[in-house]
Design a protein around this ligand. Structure first.
Ligand code: SF4
Ligand code: SF4
Length: 436
């Protein structure tokens, strides 16, 4: 690594910090500040804390202060409100990397992240957990689980209201062919599934392939793709994030398709924005990271802007509201396209909720590490959804789907949670039925 990046060089990180003019505009956008109303909750407060940590004015062993740096969803909302163009995403990830370097990672994180570096072992671990999930999680309804008493010991988040989708015993990538071919293909695309689709939402993956094939796109789903690296990056494990990024880039190089399609805002953001940043200065991978970043598209942009899209014609009679995933909107800048697609589906009425781009409170693992604040953020989102009286809330990120599903049940709503591709597939399928 030759470049002085925010992850490797304290002086470079300090240069990012001093761009903040302490105006406080970020307060109005921050979901954590909205709940906690504390200076340390918002970007400005964390930047000041970061300066003190880097200047050794705060003892790195002061857990309470250092942990404030982790009280952030990395939702990037503050960046949209910032008049000085402060690159807060680099700052927060750089600070966490600096802390991890100085203090080392806690044992549990080290073990989990080590597993992610070995996709075969990770896959075996997930499947083993899937077969044993009944020990920790009881059946609540079809494909939905709730924690048993044993799991409740692992933290406040796992209370009696907590729900999560069942972990598939067979991963999505085990069930599809690596190459899904079509006659007269107009494009060839790699499907980067992400871990949530692979283990929790295989139906989103199946619908994505179906929708792409309907539009004459040849789909390659590399079986051995790795985690995108976002979960480790946000915990400061930059070495593992780089290793995962390089392994994924090696896979893309081998397949060599024209596009990479994602159905997850966080995976898409990692591949498109984070890889070129974390691999800056790497003589072998910097250029490759940039080349592949240019080929990454969220499914909605790919359908509307890259290929000749055949809109579905089948009726889907639903009132739908759309939740903007933070990484999809604020990092990938995708928010018009999913709405455009939904409006094209016959029978769908799109009703906007109040603040559709306010975070759902998931933040990857934030809802587990900071349950009190996360639950308050989630409650406000659930109430906004309920007010619309929609039959379904639709989004472009499986991590948001998990959080929304849980919050909707917790705050007593029966509305469905779907991905945009689920509704597109539903419409194509009803069109097929109508034509029989
Ligand atoms: S990234 Fe989100 S949670 Fe973190 S400081 Fe910015 S607005 Fe607040
Ligand atoms: S809006 Fe930007 S410049 Fe203003 S305090 Fe927040 S991060 Fe600093």
């Amino acid at each position: 690594m030759t470049a002085k990046t925010v992850f490797d060089d304290v002086e470079t990180l300090k240069k990012e910090l001093i761009r903040c003019m302490k105006c406080g505009n970020c307060m109005s956008a921050c979901p954590v500040y909205r709940v906690e109303q504390k200076e340390a909750s918002v970007a400005r407060g964390k930047i000041a804390l970061g300066e003190a940590i880097l200047d050794d004015k705060i003892d790195i062993d002061d857990e309470t202060l250092v942990n404030l740096i982790f009280n952030c969803l990395v939702c990037k909302s503050c960046m949209l409100a910032c008049p000085s163009g402060v690159r807060y995403d680099r700052i927060i990830l750089g600070l966490r990397a600096a802390i991890a370097k100085k203090k080392g990672l806690p044992f549990i994180k080290k073990a989990l992240f080590g597993l992610l570096k070995n996709p075969e072992l990770f896959d075996k671990g997930m499947k083993a957990f899937a077969t044993m999930q009944g020990l920790f999680l009881k059946h609540e309804e079809q494909k939905v689980r709730a924690p048993r008493g044993l799991l409740r010991q692992f933290g406040k988040r796992f209370d009696e209201e907590f729900l999560l989708p069942e972990i598939s015993k067979e991963s999505f990538r085990d069930t599809v062919q690596e190459l899904e071919d079509v006659e007269n293909a107009q494009a060839t695309a790699i499907f980067f599934t992400g871990c949530s689709v692979n283990y929790f939402y295989p139906e989103v993956g199946n619908d994505l392939i179906y929708v792409l094939k309907k539009n004459k796109v040849r789909v390659i789903t590399p079986r051995k793709q790795n985690c995108c690296g976002m979960p480790v990056m946000v915990h400061g494990d930059i070495d593992t994030a780089r290793e995962l990024a390089k392994k994924n880039i090696d896979i893309f190089e081998k397949v060599n398709a024209g596009y990479i399609i994602t159905v997850c805002g966080s995976c898409g953001s990692a591949l498109k924005h984070e890889y070129p940043i974390i691999l800056e200065g790497d003589t072998t991978y910097e250029e490759k990271a940039k080349k592949w970043a240019d080929k990454v598209y969220d499914i909605s942009t790919f359908l509307l802007k890259i290929i000749k899209f055949e809109p579905p014609k089948g009726e889907v009679n639903l009132k739908v509201t759309y939740h903007d995933s933070c990484h999809l909107k604020k990092s990938m800048k995708v928010f018009n396209e999913p709405r455009q697609l939904l409006k094209m589906i016959p029978g769908i009425t799109l009703i906007e909720m109040k603040k559709p781009d306010m975070c759902c409170g998931s933040g990857g693992s934030y809802h587990l590490t900071h349950p009190d604040t996360a639950l308050k953020i989630a409650q406000s989102k659930a109430e906004d959804i309920k007010q619309t009286q929609a039959d379904a809330v639709c989004t472009g990120c499986p991590a948001c789907m998990m959080q929304l599903f849980e919050s909707i049940h917790r705050w007593d709503n029966s509305c469905k949670v779907l991905h945009t591709v689920n509704l597109l597939a539903q419409s194509y399928k009803s069109e097929e039925k109508e034509n029989v």
